[in-house]
Design a protein around this ligand. Structure first.
Ligand SMILES: Cc1cc2nc3c(=O)[nH]c(=O)nc-3n(C[C@H](O)[C@H](O)[C@H](O)COP(=O)(O)OP(=O)(O)OC[C@H]3O[C@@H](n4cnc5c(N)ncnc54)[C@H](O)[C@@H]3O)c2cc1C
Length: 325
């Protein structure tokens, strides 16, 4: 193991601190239970005596992840306090394997904090991916969008405050707040399901805004369970499963003997042969992408950005419509 790379500061360094995400959001690790050792301890129950070869924590953690033996990683729990725009919350809440308690806008006053994308993230509709963005929008369009957002948000915020003044119920007053409005929740999840969430949400196909939250959370997982984090990067995040047809064409190019790989002399697989093996043009393209050298992502947190709970609470408090505290 490259000890330098995986010598990480303890999770206690970030516990209860608030990591800013987007313009008004945050993720805070407020509590956790367990570590890589808890994964190992639980796994030993099933493997019992006679597995001394796997007794090294790292080896065992990696074996478990490689072989999809996931229940030991359910022994590690994380509790986060997060604030995110409502449209991000809608994507996030689809992950059903967590426990959530969200700010009640029926009971509480909503801080009037709205997400405003930075210009570099204000992009055009992707032509190739209907759920994506690509290419810069013109600066004038961005400026006009800001102006329109400001107009709508001011109107929505003023209507909200006016209804509260008129003693309209909070559950009614809030109904026209835009989905750019920040909400917040406590979110508790075990390591197994958290890694599944991260695999889906740090992925480039997820919306950039939720990726930002997932990246911050990945940095926190790295501190609590660095070996599980490392195994997740190696066996899940940067792994690409091969289909039957893909294995077939690759075996025509590469031979394996005695633990060594060698290129078969002069071997090639043409586009026609790929098709004959059962790969559609799209699958052939996907295979080429799978064979690109993988990246080694680094979700290390920039601790200089951490803020205290008091500073974050003050920002929220100031954004609540006045005279209603
Ligand atoms: C890029 C992207 C685009 C998406 N686009 C859309 C979209 O257009 N529309 C849309 O509605 N959703 C969309 N989603 C949400 C997606 O379909 C899933 O609902 C979401 O990612 C949660 O995944 P999950 O069910 O695996 O996670 P979790 O809810 O955390 O579940 C984890 C795992 O538990 C198991 N599980 C949980 N509940 C059940 C159950 N009831 N039955 C069987 N197994 C269960 C499954 O194995 C599941 O994978 C999108 C997600 C992503 C990442």
């Amino acid at each position: 193991m490259d000890t330098k790379r995986y010598t990480v500061p303890a999770a206690e360094d970030i516990l209860g601190q608030y990591y800013p995400v987007l313009d008004h959001g945050f993720v805070s690790l407020v509590d956790y239970m367990g570590s890589d050792e808890s994964v190992e301890q639980a796994a030993r129950v099933s493997y019992g005596a006679g597995t001394r070869k796997m007794s090294q924590t790292r080896g065992l953690v990696r074996y478990l992840r490689r072989h999809r033996h996931t229940t030991p990683s359910e022994m590690v729990e994380f509790k986060f306090h997060c604030a995110m725009p409502m449209f991000v919350a809608r994507q996030w809440i689809r992950h059903r394997t967590a426990s959530v308690n969200e700010l009640s806008a029926r009971y509480s006053l909503m801080p009037l904090l709205f997400y405003r994308p930075e210009e570099e993230h204000f992009a055009l509709q992707s032509r190739s991916n209907k759920q994506g963005r690509e290419g810069d929008a013109r600066s004038e369009v961005y400026q006009e969008a800001i102006s329109r957002w400001e107009t709508m948000r001011t109107m929505a915020g003023e209507s909200y405050a006016w209804m509260l003044e008129e003693d309209v119920a909070r559950e009614i007053a809030r109904i026209d707040l835009p989905i750019s409005t920040y909400t917040q929740w406590y979110w508790k999840i075990d390591l197994h399901n958290l890694l599944h969430f991260l695999s889906l949400r740090v992925d480039q196909r997820a919306q950039w805004e939720i990726q930002e939250f997932a990246r911050a959370i990945a940095g926190m997982v790295k501190r609590v369970a660095p070996l599980s984090y490392e195994a997740w990067v190696d066996y899940d995040l940067e792994s690409r499963p091969l289909t039957r047809a893909e294995r077939e064409v690759l075996s025509r190019l590469v031979e394996s003997e005695d633990g060594e790989l060698a290129a078969r002399s002069g071997a090639t697989v043409s586009a026609d042969e790929m098709r004959e093996a059962g790969l559609s043009p799209r699958e052939s393209h996907e295979l080429s992408e799978k064979l690109l050298a993988p990246e080694r992502p680094d979700f290390e947190l920039d601790l200089t950005r951490m803020r205290s709970a008091e500073v974050v609470a003050a920002e929220m408090y100031e954004a609540v419509p006045s005279d209603f505290d």
